[in-house]
Design a protein around this ligand. Sequence first.
Ligand code: F6R
Length: 242
Amino acid sequence: IRLIRSKDYDHLSQIAAKKIIEQVKHNPHAVLGLATGSTPLGTYRLLIEDHQKNETSYYHVQTVNLDEYVGLPSDHPASFHAFMKKNLFNLIDLKEENIHLPNGNAKDLDHECEKYEKLIEDLGGIDLQLLGIGRNGHIGFNEPGTPFSSKTHVVQLSPSTRRANACFFQSPSEVPENAITMGINTIMQSREILLLASGVEKAPVMRQLMEKSISIDLPASVLHRHSNVTVIADEEALSSCG
Ligand code: F6R
């Protein structure tokens, strides 16, 4: 893992956006793995700004998102589909048919998971996967204990993850109980991975991650086994690291 220390959230977003823009310029047909959550929002804003100012084009880019809730209509404002449209997809020249998220409304969810794996494979794999990190070390919706060999699968969301995401819903009970997520192995197949961590609430988990011991109790620790991972973290997120 290469660690890039940024002074604050804006700086982190600038470094991350620059890496993604470089990737897209270098390979206009890039397959980008994307994440939701609050951490990548600043990065997405800068991608939009750059697209408007410098006309970086996403016309041939394919995107695959990490995860989606089960049982929310895709136009529900809290669905990851709606989140990505609002915060990125509608504001750049990405083609509708090149946008991919797991379908949380598929009749046969296990089949949907297999289809999503096959889709990623057919696209030629993920060139650059963007990740956030949960306070418990989750990546995607892979909670502690998830086997490193996991492929795209259906998960039951932990109470803490449901609580963390409740702000996007009218009431906490509205948060779906299940989601589809790329598995840890799916994520590890990406050619390059960029993990972003910002804020003091990520300090304890970043300390654990930087201690370098690999365990399924800390899903993100698997990234030490990947040869092309960059962690971009701000000072607050690194404030517990020695
Ligand atoms: C998002 C995702 C999650 C988040 C993580 C951090 O698609 O899969 O793993 O990246 O929960 O979320 P934030 O950025 O809101 O702290």
